[in-house]
Design a protein around this ligand. Sequence first.
Ligand code: KG4
Ligand code: ZN
Length: 340
Amino acid sequence: MNILTLETTCDETAAAIVTERLKVLASVVASQDELHERFGGVVPEIASRAHLERILPVVDETLKQAGISLDDIGAVAVANTPGLAGSLLVGLVAAKTLCAAKAIPLIAVDHLQAHIYACRMAAEEDVFPCVGLIVSGGHTSVYRCENPIRFDLLGATIDDAAGEAFDKVAAMLSLPYPGGPAIERAAEAGNPKAYRFPRALLTGERRLDFSFSGLKTAVRYQITGPGKTDFAKIELSSRQVADLAASFQAAVVDCLADRALAAMKHTGLHILCVGGGVAANSRLRERLHAEAQRHAFRLHVAPFQLCTDNAVMGAIAVERLQAGLTEQLDLDVYPGVVRK
Ligand code: KG4
Ligand code: ZN
């Protein structure tokens, strides 16, 4: 059976076609980066309107790439949580309409679980049970993933997500959006020890939550001076930008690696899967690979094209379908993280 998967949780309109045996027949991602760039972050209303314009052309293009028609689709899967309400709705309504028109099953996908499933798709082998670390623009969470159906939340950010911190610090440094890749590039020429930024909640195994808002504020005060917030008259040299970017990035990597290790210890599991946009960061990938060697666990980091939002990771729907977990057409969107 061919399954059409839709992904519209944030600012990528994406569709893919996967088979029940997890073969990817087609994948299309229409990014909205250029629409949000001048605002330095995603504007929800612009995002949902762009999804509306793009969803049908993206589905058409995906079917064309796969060389099949809608009649060859046996089920439709859609990410209905978490994300921006208006964006989620566009994908959900498209999925429901296709299911109603073709009388085929609807499958709900949790976007965060899908980010972990990106590792399963790339590994081409079972990766469960594992610890799943999701580091994206909107979320930073760590799960105990018993199997592809059962994910138990171990910890999450109590304020900003890691990617959000990258985007906001990039804006402070006058670097373009999205901030992650821009900071990574700027940091290449910088000294990660130039500034000593805080590493929040490094409390070992006892706590598995994250916090990045203090780090963000520390970077701000380093630029403006303590207690001041006005950037208007401040000109940073390229050396300062590089050092600030490198020192900030080092702090984020330390926090993520610390919490990933604590989760491995806490669960006693031997596989770590990492997904989400920030998992594209080379320093983070290097650090996690080093830790995996040192602590003798298997590491799967999603490949670059599956780190940021895409619909291939929606193949987790195959697992749900096989477990009999299909939805009625009154399925809703859940913008917040479903804690289960
Ligand atoms: O997973 P994603 O595409 O969207 C969400 O579900 O949020 O993640 C986007 C985030 C952005 O905040 C972006 O700045 C960050 O991932 N990102 C990176 C890198 N590439 C993308 N952060 C750090 N280093 C990167 N190379
Ligand atoms: Zn995402």
